[in-house]
Ligand binder design. Structure first.
Ligand SMILES: CC1=C(/C=C/C(C)=C/C=C/C(C)=C/C=O)C(C)(C)CCC1
Ligand SMILES: [Fe+2]
Length: 544
């Protein structure tokens, strides 16, 4: 398991040429840019949790059937401070750090107090966000970092709080057809209230672009939802959108703000301030994007923990949404390095298997419907919404598939009726050994896997001018625990889920989390084409 979690990964800032087998489609030109934790020790100190690791960006640049790989640590303030001190000095999700061990009692007390309202980390290890013309590495705190998608260089540190009052925001924003970013964040005890704030960052406005003004300056709040509790707002990792609505799950997996405020003094991590309350409900908030107002009916379901929304859409006055749900918060427990570094096949057991669940909520509730009646009359799902007293509706999902995570779709179908979920298949381990294509219509699945191989989130790239939802290819990064087999970029035909090509690289590649594909056409014509720049600097030692 050392190849997956134990070893700190070496960065490879100079592009290396990959050895390609099979045939890469000629239309596939661009950069697969991904993010994830690459290093878990600094000097003698070690992080406790896999999600704490220092962000390592990596990219596969694909041009004319050739592939070039590079990777670079995000030079966050966190990274720089740790390296300078030669130990971990900034707290992460599962590790609380104490920067000044030698200070006297007075400065120690001051340090404790100043951490009551902590300055969170800018170690943006989770995802990549496109915002206007720019690309950013993201995490779930108030910080994100601009990056150069071609060289993987780290640029400005951005604080969401300068543009919108949130202390935390998801690393999974949505994009509308115009390229505007939609995201949701939590404002903690802001003017006496804790709320979830839905906001929009517009795609570049032409006049702003001429003046070099950032679209972030035009960030606008679309809607705020009051948290059910002032001091323990819900933790969430993503949300759903349809053409007219936003879906936000206020799940009983809460952050205890008072515990967070005293965590530093008590010597515990942020992670220990999160708790799942299995006796509480999950509230389903539906916000009308046209009015910015929540739908007044109170929808709820059983307690569950959702990290990833898959998709959502409207059908016959109902809103359907698909999520990967757990019965508890054990996913976060399983990523403690102490659990992962043992023989995980021997020691690891999911206490709750991630399942694909479809929920349906009625958008117009019939006032005269009988109590206990099912308000969903759709033939397409067995999900139910049962009318209860006091304007409450209890939603029961349809179980679609068991054992999957890291879902992706053809994003052109985001918010629309869709058919295919591409995901990692997780059976016994939190790290996938297969990827799959699940058809929500026929409820059948295709899968791809190979012995000793560990696969990353499968990403769908559409064929130019695609007619069908699955006209395109799947990209996934594969790492092997067999030392004889180098890591590779896997390219599958998305329709048949069969291999088209792979691109082996003779350097270390880390297990990552999320990312995106930037087609060459997305780069400004004025900017240098990525592959040309890559070719100029490429080391040829890996040419076949
Ligand atoms: C540092 C920090 C946080 C970081 C959370 C992270 C880094 C979560 C990663 C989640 C992933 C990768 C989920 C995958 O499904 C919190 C708790 C938001 C708030 C306190 C400060
Ligand atoms: Fe995620």
């Amino acid at each position: 398991m050392d190849v997956l979690f134990g070893r700190d990964k070496k960065e490879q800032p100079e592009p290396v040429k990959a050895r390609v087998t099979g045939k890469i489609p000629t239309w596939l030109q661009g950069i697969l840019l991904r993010n994830g934790p690459g290093r878990h020790t600094v000097g003698e100190t070690r992080y406790n949790h896999w999600f704490d690791g220092l962000a390592l960006l990596h990219s596969f640049t694909i041009r004319d059937g050739e592939v070039y790989y590079r990777s670079k640590y995000l030079r966050s303030d966190t990274y720089n401070a740790n390296i300078e001190a030669n130990r971990i000095v900034v707290s992460e999700f599962g590790t609380m750090a104490y920067p000044d061990p030698c200070k006297n009692i007075f400065s120690k007390a001051f340090s404790y107090l100043s951490h009551t309202i902590p300055d969170f980390t800018d170690n943006c290890l989770i995802n990549i966000m496109k915002c206007g013309e720019d690309f950013y590495a993201t995490t779930e705190t108030n910080y994100f970092r601009k990056i150069n998608p071609q060289t993987l260089e780290t640029l400005e540190k951005v604080d969401y709080r300068k543009y919108v009052a949130v202390n935390l925001a998801t690393a999974h924003p949505h994009y509308d057809a115009a390229g505007n970013v939609l995201n949701i964040g939590t404002a903690i005890v802001d003017k006496g209230k804790t709320k979830y704030v839905l906001f929009k960052i517009p795609a570049t406005v032409p006049e702003d672009r001429m003046k070099g003004k950032s679209p972030l300056k035009r960030t606008e709040v679309l809607c705020s939802i009051a948290s059910r509790s002032l001091l323990s707002p819900s933790y969430y990792h993503s949300f759903g959108v349809t053409e007219n609505y936003i879906v936000f799950l206020e799940q009983p997996f809460n952050m205890d703000i008072l515990k967070m405020a005293t965590a530093y003094i008590r010597g515990t991590s942020w992670a220990s301030c999160l708790a799942f309350h299995k006796e509480e409900k999950t509230y389903i908030h539906i916000i009308d994007r046209r009015t910015g107002k929540p739908v007044p009916t109170k929808f709820y379901t059983d307690p569950m923990v959702v990290f990833h929304h898959v998709n959502a859409y409207e059908e016959d006055s109902c809103l359907l949404f698909d999520v990967i749900a757990y019965e508890d918060s054990s996913l976060y427990e399983s990523f403690y390095l102490a659990n992962l570094n043992q023989d995980i096949k021997e020691n690891f057991k999911f206490t709750s298997v991630p399942t694909l669940r479809r929920f349906a909520v009625p958008l117009c509730t019939d006032k005269d419907a009988e109590l206990g009646s099912n308000l969903i009359k759709l033939a397409s799902t067995t999900a139910r919404a049962l009318k209860e007293n006091d304007d409450q509706v209890y939603c029961q999902p349809e179980l679609l598939y068991e054992g999957l995570e890291l879902p992706r779709i053809n994003y052109a179908y985001n918010g629309k009726r869709y058919r295919y979920v591409f995901a990692a298949k997780v059976e016994w381990s939190p790290i996938p050994t297969k990827i799959l294509k699940y058809d929500v219509l026929t409820k059948s699945a295709l899968q791809w896997g190979e012995d000793d191989c560990w696969l990353a989130e499968p990403l769908f790239v559409p064929t130019p001018g695609a007619e069908n939802e699955d006209d395109g290819i799947i990209l996934s990064v594969v790492i092997s625990s067999d030392p004889q087999k180098p890591p590779f970029l896997l390219i599958l035909d998305a329709k048949s889920f069969t291999e088209q090509a792979r691109a082996y690289v003779d350097v270390e590649v880390h297990l990552d989390l999320h990312g995106l594909f930037i087609p060459d056409t997305d780069f400004d014509s004025g900017k240098q084409a990525p592959s040309q720049e890559v070719r100029d600097g490429a080391s040829n030692c890996h040419v076949v």
